[in-house]
Ligand binder design. Structure first.
Ligand code: NAP
Length: 200
């Protein structure tokens, strides 16, 4: 059966932490592809001002152009309203009926996932690939995975991704302060940010 990783995010901007997570998920879980989906409006960040959806999409498309494991979907950007993950996964499953879908996420998302809209459906119908980063204990994640499994029967895989202390917040802060970001984002994405004067 085809295995597809779905990685949702604000991606404001996409950075090496995201890319490392997507690639480790692909390799460790034996995925056939990873679809990255920028949120139009992230449910927990509804009041936050971000770069436009179009800019966030184009930065991801630059990344996908360099990595044949990754594609980018406009699904959430092209749909009005808040970008709820259960709706996105429903649609991705409808488009790929024979495939098994894995939602790829970091520790913070997974630790809160049972508070997301329609958590029952999310956790009954899909599997999860979870990556960590500095500041999170694998034991804390493993305990949460066990709780989610016993409550919803959810399959989840904790991968051994390289733990990178990189965040979009820190990248935006550095860009606003004129500091270098070249070790945190791929060169074409950095060029795009500078050419379009984002995050100044
Ligand atoms: P984001 O900040 O752009 O991050 C995207 C993903 O990459 C997250 O899972 C994040 O993990 C992970 N990540 C970021 N930096 C990383 C690093 N250095 N190392 C490893 N992993 C890293 O996106 P987001 O705003 O958290 O949104 C994530 C997804 O959750 C979106 O699809 C959003 O719509 C969805 N969501 C849905 C609901 C809902 O349906 N009710 C509610 C909230 C979020 P962390 O989670 O650890 O930051």
């Amino acid at each position: 059966m085809k295995k597809i990783g779905i990685m949702g995010g604000t991606f404001d901007p996409v950075h090496l932490g995201h890319i490392t997570l997507a690639e480790a998920a692909y390799t460790e879980a034996g995925l056939d592809e990873v679809i990255m989906i920028p949120a139009r409006i992230q449910p927990f960040k509804q009041d936050r001002k971000t770069a436009s959806g179009e800019d966030r999409f184009r930065m991801l498309a630059l990344l996908a152009g360099m990595d044949d494991k990754i594609t980018v979907s406009r699904y959430e950007l092209d749909n009005d309203g808040v970008s709820y993950t259960y709706l996105t996964l429903r649609e991705m499953q409808r488009r790929n009926q024979e495939a098994k879908l894995f939602f790829i996420c970091g520790a913070d998302s997974f630790l809160k996932i049972d508070t997301w809209m329609n958590a029952d459906e999310l956790l009954h119908d899909y599997s999860y690939i979870i990556g960590s980063r500095p500041g999170y204990l694998d034991t804390e994640l493993a305990d949460h995975m066990k709780m989610i499994h016993s409550r919803y029967g959810t399959e989840s895989i904790l991968i051994n991704n390289e733990k990178l202390d990189i965040s979009s917040t820190e990248i935006r802060r550095r860009l606003a302060g004129g500091m270098p970001v070249n070790e945190l984002i791929p060169p074409p994405v950095e060029r795009y940010i500078r050419e379009h004067e984002l995050y100044r």
